[in-house]
Design a protein around this ligand. Structure first.
Ligand code: FES
Length: 83
C-alpha cells in the first residue's frame, strides 16, 4: 500500500488497483484522461517524488519527470501534480 499525494487536492492510498488512474478515480479525484491506453497524453501529470512502474507500452511520450496515470502503478509513496 502506497500513499498518493495530489498537490492541492489531497491524498489517497494505492492498494491493488490496476492503474494509478483507476486508484485516483476511485478516490474521487477529478483527474483528466481520455484513452486510458497510453496514446493521448490527457492523463499526463508531473511526478514530484517517488517511483512508478510502467504497466503497459505507451505511444505518447511524456516530458521527463512526467508520467501517464493510465499507464503506471506506484512502487513507493508518490507525490504528483496536475499540469
Ligand atoms: S488517458 Fe490517454 S494516455 Fe492516459
Amino acid at each position: 500500500m502506497h500513499k498518493i499525494t495530489v498537490v492541492g487536492q489531497g491524498e489517497c492510498e494505492f492498494e491493488d488497483q490496476f492503474t494509478l488512474l483507476e486508484c485516483l478515480d476511485e478516490a474521487g479525484f477529478d483527474m483528466p484522461y481520455s484513452c486510458r491506453g497510453g496514446n493521448c497524453g490527457a492523463c499526463e501529470v508531473r511526478l514530484l517524488s517517488g517511483k512508478v512502474e510502467n504497466i503497459q507500452d505507451t505511444v505518447y511520450e511524456t516530458d521527463e519527470a512526467h508520467i501517464l496515470t493510465c499507464s503506471v502503478i506506484p512502487i513507493s509513496d508518490i507525490k504528483i501534480e496536475l499540469i
